[in-house]
Design a protein around this ligand. Structure first.
Ligand SMILES: C[S@@+](CC[C@H](N)C(=O)[O-])C[C@H]1O[C@@H](n2cnc3c(N)ncnc32)[C@H](O)[C@@H]1O
Length: 481
């Protein structure tokens, strides 16, 4: 019920121009942001059709529902995966279901179409996220790609082999392929649903967009190494890192949001991840010189971002001024995270990623960081990847619906330049990892509940003043050389 009330509230606010749809969803602090995203986006997309059905059936008069609430309920009843509420609302909606279904069917007959999607204007159909392939990543901690493929074949899917072109992921019905660029990724037709599938429930496959598999794949931490996932929840990239590390070494995962960390904990358990240590804390307050973290060699930084690359989150109602202010604040947070990451004294490689399409959060952040940290350089990535970072940062990758058949995404890989010691980077910021209320995360996303280990970083320190001075001396020396 809370889901529908929240979704209706967001749709109403967006209509009154009280904020962009995506901002309102992020700001809602709802416990399951993904579910709320999906419902709001889809209801928004079908809004005019839902309104027509509701008006034709006189649903508001008969139920006393308010229009936005009626729209989200009717969406889930007729087009979504069924009502997720019980009690009086469910009973009421079920009472009207056949009339609502009949009205939707009449609309399709009138327009001579068979699918709900076909009722949408052409532009809206193109922007739809459900046109993207369903990607799954095979979790090599639990199985192999060959075994997963065999299982799926026995389960009625037809395997077409490895893709040879980007377009080969435009698949029909039960067809699937192995991805062109990422060997552990399989692609299926857009509406394939694995939520009830054995391989998903047993953690053998992870439902993850292809672009979001790039960061861990490119960082490629060695098994046995020490790795940080700085803004980790809900943990798909963490589980990917663990698979690449073969569960050997130490994977420190931080997040500000306790509820998202709790979700993450379940996800990691299902995926068989054992080399991790979760910490509910602000990454910016983790001390790079503490005994626990000083040997970290790899960092994956996937900080909060505008989410503008997520296809379903693009909306026309966005307020330009608000977006600019929000982007500036996100970019400043992202740059702080990036600069802080480069302070880990033994860092070799860092991957920076966002699901944003905005230059401000991507190339501009990386450029500013490189200017402030001349000891690091960009690594040219996957020459065969079809979409590059915006000039001049063509070493980086971008992803998009049109060029890579994925959500919009950006990835940069930074490595310590040869000849640069451990002290080239800027020294700043606080030195302990203190708990912050989850709500204070910049654009944090969602929430759930606690479990979480106390960050070892919170127990460190006392020696930091000395370390900072030493670092600052080293930095001055390096600058003079
Ligand atoms: C884009 S999401 C990360 C998604 C994750 N990498 C994955 O693949 O599942 C960004 C996350 O950063 C967290 N976050 C925001 N500010 C943070 C901070 N200062 N320290 C640690 N985590 C932070 C948010 O709570 C959110 O869960």
């Amino acid at each position: 019920m809370a889901l529908y009330v929240k979704a209706a509230e967001i749709l109403q606010k967006a209509e009154k121009k009280q904020g962009a749809l995506k901002t309102l969803v992020y700001d809602s602090k709802f416990s399951n942001i993904k579910q709320l995203f999906a419902l709001v986006c889809e209801t928004h997309k079908f809004s005019s059709i839902l309104q027509e059905v509701i008006e034709a059936t006189k649903l508001l008069k008969q139920t006393k529902l308010q229009m936005h609430l009626a729209k989200v309920l009717v969406y889930d009843l007729l087009m979504g995966q069924g009502l997720k509420c019980g009690g009086s609302w469910k009973a009421m909606m079920l009472k009207h279901r056949s009339r609502l279904q009949a009205e939707l069917a009449r609309m399709k007959v009138r327009q001579k179409v068979s699918r709900n999607e076909d009722l949408l204007p052409a532009g809206a159909q193109r922007a739809s996220g459900d046109q993207l392939p369903r990607y799954v990543r095979v979790n090599t901690l639990k199985t192999t790609v060959d075994d997963a493929v065999d299982y799926l074949k026995r389960d009625g899917f037809s395997y077409l082999g490895q893709a040879t072109r980007v377009d080969d992921v435009n698949l029909k019905r039960k067809d699937f392929v192995r991805d062109l660029h990422l060997p552990e990724v399989l692609a299926f037709s857009p509406r394939t649903d694995f939520h009830e599938h054995f391989l998903y429930k047993a953690g053998h496959i992870i439902l993850q967009d292809k672009a979001s598999c790039l960061p861990a794949f490119l960082l490629d931490p060695a098994p046995g190494s020490r790795v940080i996932d700085a803004c980790a929840a809900p943990g798909n990239k963490t589980s990917h890192l663990a698979a690449i590390m073969k569960n050997k070494g130490k994977l420190f995962a931080f997040d500000l949001d306790a509820k998202r960390l709790a979700t993450m904990s379940t996800l990691l358990l299902r995926a068989g991840v054992t080399c991790h240590q979760l910490a509910h804390c602000d990454f910016l307050k983790v001390d790079p010189d503490s005994p626990q973290y000083k040997d970290v060699e790899y960092i994956l930084l996937d900080p909060s971002c505008s989410g503008s690359g997520m296809v379903c989150l693009r909306d026309d109602a966005s307020d330009q001024d608000e977006d600019q202010a929000r982007l500036a604040s996100l970019a400043s947070f992202q740059l702080r995270c990036l600069n802080h990451s480069l302070r880990f004294p033994h860092l070799k490689r860092l991957v920076y990623s966002t699901c944003s399409i905005h230059r401000q959060e991507n190339e501009d952040v990386v450029t500013a960081c490189l200017q402030q940290n001349p000891g690091f350089r960009l690594v040219p990535l996957l020459p065969q990847w079809p979409e590059r970072g915006l000039e001049p940062l063509t070493q980086c990758l971008r992803a998009s619906v049109s060029r890579t058949c994925t959500h919009g995404f950006f990835v940069a890989l930074l490595e310590k330049a040869a000849g640069h010691g451990s002290s080239q980077v800027t020294a700043h910021g606080p030195s302990t990892c203190e708990k912050r209320p989850a709500g204070s995360a910049d654009e944090s996303g969602a929430s759930e509940t606690e479990e979480i280990q106390t960050p070892a970083a919170a127990q460190t320190d006392g020696t930091n003043g000395k370390k900072k001075k030493k670092r600052s001396r080293k930095k001055k020396k390096a600058a003079a050389e």
